[in-house]
Design a protein around this ligand. Structure first.
Ligand SMILES: NC(=O)C1=CN([C@@H]2O[C@H](COP(=O)(O)OP(=O)(O)OC[C@H]3O[C@@H](n4cnc5c(N)ncnc54)[C@H](OP(=O)(O)O)[C@@H]3O)[C@@H](O)[C@H]2O)C=CC1
Ligand SMILES: O=C(O)[C@@H]1CCC=N1
Length: 285
């Protein structure tokens, strides 16, 4: 891990699912947990964070006061108030922290406006869309930064993200982050839902739920590992399983007859549009 990151004080505002996933990934890479502080109002989540070995507080201002990197990990709906509270507390700071926002949909323009100090200064902000497999060091993240963010800051954020993401993709247009959200941000849930359906189908056909769950999970994991490790693309890997007029062919035909591609297209578009919508609604509020 880059030494710049190793020496940075990192603060999380919001200690929920995503903060836990990212901290799990950072800790696994050996980042000093005493350099991590989490501000979280809810006792249950705060105790979970404390159990990870990081410092905790209920005060966003306290968590943010000496942070080099501030990760905004609250729900989009509360982001505005949090940013305004933090910005107002930095009047005496000479150097502002680098802000990394993981809030879905919330645009750079909104974030910068909300953080703006009374003297007009604004922090540099990078938007990131990670996903929960960060918890097991297998995250996939998209990133976007405005033109004020320096190459060194981008390098620091890439290094931070790489500690829990295997795919770290900078996009060159901010709106593409909504597409990343519809693909990989929300994506883990699509695969979990697929496994839930596979288990219930196989259970209805007579397998025990326990056996069906073990087989479905390992199938998902095995297919994922093959996709990452094989030199063949997903289409070829699919063809390799599909014997002419065999069982897989029957299943894939059934998928297609039910409009599989259309179902996936609509779902990814729905998530992408919801990201755009959140940005518009909450940006105006
Ligand atoms: N979950 C995911 O897979 C992904 C989520 N994201 C984004 O990450 C962000 C966090 O999501 P997620 O971790 O799932 O959400 P969670 O609700 O699990 O975590 C957010 C945490 O912030 C706390 N919180 C609420 N208000 C404040 C406040 N004013 N100051 C400090 N903390 C506060 C919440 O406490 P309380 O429960 O008491 O409200 C909660 O514990 C969202 O913006 C989401 O869009 C991005 C990528 C993937
Ligand atoms: O569902 C959500 O809004 C967040 C963003 C991506 C994953 N979870």
């Amino acid at each position: 891990m880059a030494s710049q990151l190793q020496n940075s004080k990192i603060c999380f505002i919001g200690g929920g699912n995503m903060a836990a996933a990212i901290i799990g990934g950072l800790a696994a890479k050996g980042l000093d947990k005493q350099n991590i502080c989490v501000s979280e109002p809810w006792d249950v989540n705060r105790e979970k964070m404390a159990a990870l070995g990081v410092r905790t507080t209920t005060s966003n201002v306290e968590a943010g006061q000496d942070a080099d990197v501030l990760i905004l990990a609250v729900k989009p709906q509360v982001a505005k108030g949090v940013c305004q509270e933090l910005g107002a507390s930095w009047a005496e700071r000479k150097t502002l922290p680098l802000v990394v926002s993981i809030a879905a949909g919330i645009t750079l323009v909104s974030l910068i406006e909300w953080f703006k100090l009374s003297d007009g200064r604004t922090p540099h902000v990078v938007r990131v869309m990670p996903n929960t497999p960060a918890l097991v060091g297998e995250g996939a993240s998209g990133l976007y930064a405005g033109s004020d963010v320096t190459a060194a800051e981008k390098e620091l954020v890439t290094s931070l993200l790489s500690s829990f993401s295997k795919a770290t993709e900078w996009v060159d247009k901010e709106e593409l982050l909504d597409v990343v959200t519809g693909l990989s941000g929300s994506g883990p849930a699509y695969f979990f839902a697929m496994v839930e359906h596979l288990v219930s189908s196989a259970t209805a056909l007579g397998l025990s739920e326990e056996q069906a769950t073990r087989l479905a999970k390992q199938t998902c994991f095995g297919a994922g590992k093959m996709m990452v490790e094989s030199s063949e693309d997903p289409a070829q890997l699919r063809r390799n399983v599909t014997s002419p007029n065999g069982t897989t062919h029957a299943a894939l035909q059934s998928f297609e007859a039910s409009g599989f591609k259309d179902i996936v297209d609509k779902a990814v578009k729905a998530a992408t549009s919801r990201g755009e919508e959140l940005g518009k609604i909450l940006g105006q509020s």
